[in-house]
Design a protein around this ligand. Sequence first.
Ligand code: 5AD
Ligand code: SF4
Length: 453
Amino acid sequence: MKRLFVKTYGCQMNVYDSARMADLLAPLGYAATEGPEDADMVILNTCHIREKAAEKVYSELGKLRKLKESKARSGGGMLIAVAGCVAQAEGEEIIARQSAVDLVVGPQSYHRLPEMIAKVTRAGGQALETDFPAEDKFDALPQQNSNAGPCAFLTVQEGCDKFCTFCVVPYTRGSEFSRPVAQILKEARHLADLGAREITLLGQNVNAYGGEGTDGESWSLAALLHALSRVEGIERLRYTTSHPRDMSEELIAAHGEIEKLMPYLHLPVQSGSDAVLNAMNRQHTADEYRRIMDRVRNARPDIAISSDFIVGFPGETDEDFEATMSLVREVGYAQAFSFKYSRRPGTPASTARKQIPEDVKSARLEALQALLVSQQQRFNKSCEGRTLPVLFEKPGRKPGQAVGRSPYLQPVHVDGAEQLLGEIHAVRIADVLPNSLRGSLVSAKNREAALTL
Ligand code: 5AD
Ligand code: SF4
């Protein structure tokens, strides 16, 4: 038996891809291990979205090179592979800079890993695969095993055709592609058999989903969600990440119609200023986004709203930034991610003249994050005293404790619930901690009443 260590950076699609790579290598005799020290093969599944994320890869490779050399001195060996978006964007450079790297494989070609491993172990040298191959990667992958557990991810869509001027995704993940419905339903049923109770549908632009339906027509994400809501064993559905332009009436309505669709929406807006949105090529205005929020809240009044924000985009003035703060105050977020603009090679905004100084970016980020944190706390506080259905996902830090998720995606810690992993139970929320909630199980007689929100 050989040992495989996969280190995952970045988004949930990478988490999904890492699990699929582990499944792909299992028939070659690779079993998962917890660290690189005892690994025969290490895969870094990388993220290129911001400079910091990409830099981490090179420092990690430096450490792995030393480990590989010390293994070689004692007669051992270790294959090093770089996968993911840094591999796609900087494949040639990685090969040139790091001779310790054996394999570089992009996100669209990792199903070819077994052949690549065979090639380098047989003939030596380095292998690079960063094509967008014609064959369907998903057809070539084995059934899932590693992505088990109560909360599973399922990639339904990949790539992006939007070309926001700050973003590398259209270059690293290629153009939009949607998997056929039948393939997705099959995978969902298999995940349910493995114990999944919740499935999060993944895509860089998941709400632009338009895969071939079971009737041969192109199906929307809403239609796909309706079909998935009928898969036995799956109790909860989520999807991420979305673009405002693709927030159709049908999808908004689905939030009021599909009970299994959790009341949570991650809909990145990036900025509240029309000038910045335009320079970002987001293809919508701040008011259009506000109207979407109103309609979503009409369909599902308790929905928790989340977003991504970028501060310090080239040309962003104090007024532009203030427009973002106003939008945040108006919308009221349950949760959000915010970032300083990071120049990415090859993207149009990276060469814009009016780059914003680092100290201005930092001050804006600090102000925005303070506001977002206070909104998150307010949202969490509003759950205090409520009874929420919680899907228990994993053991907590304390003995007997379990951690699950509320419908609003908040982590919830409950003592004495360890035996309930994989199940949904009613929990009374007692305390609000900075990043999570704490609650206690509701007695059996109240459970039924409490389980519907
Ligand atoms: N700089 C900063 N943040 C970025 N994001 C994407 N590209 C950049 C960049 N160049 C952020 C966006 C996106 C999230 C996944 O990452 O907010 O929604
Ligand atoms: Fe990047 Fe914009 Fe596409 Fe999102 S929609 S992946 S931010 S280009």
